[in-house]
Design a protein around this ligand. Structure first.
Ligand SMILES: [Zn+2]
Length: 80
């Protein structure tokens, strides 16, 4: 699995349940790839934040800002 797929799956994980095969692939990748592991943790944090704040308009802007800050740039060019 490439980093691009792994990060895509990590964000999809928030919207839909992953299949067993996908979970295994993702776990195998994050076990050896620390940027993706970190990204996964950030996505979990983001989800927690969005769940806590989606009720107000103002906070939605904050969440977008946080997402732009944490999005790892290195992942887009790196391949595995
Ligand atoms: Zn990776």
């Amino acid at each position: 699995m490439k980093c691009k797929q792994a990060t895509q799956m990590l964000s999809e994980k928030l919207d839909r349940p992953l299949s067993t095969k996908e979970k295994i692939n993702l776990a195998m990748h994050t076990a050896i790839c620390s940027p993706c592991r970190q990204f996964g943790q950030q996505m979990e944090t983001l989800r927690a934040l969005s769940q806590a704040y989606t009720k107000t308009k103002e906070s939605r802007r904050k969440i977008i800002f946080i997402f732009c800050v944490i999005k790892p740039r290195s992942l887009t060019s790196k391949t595995m």
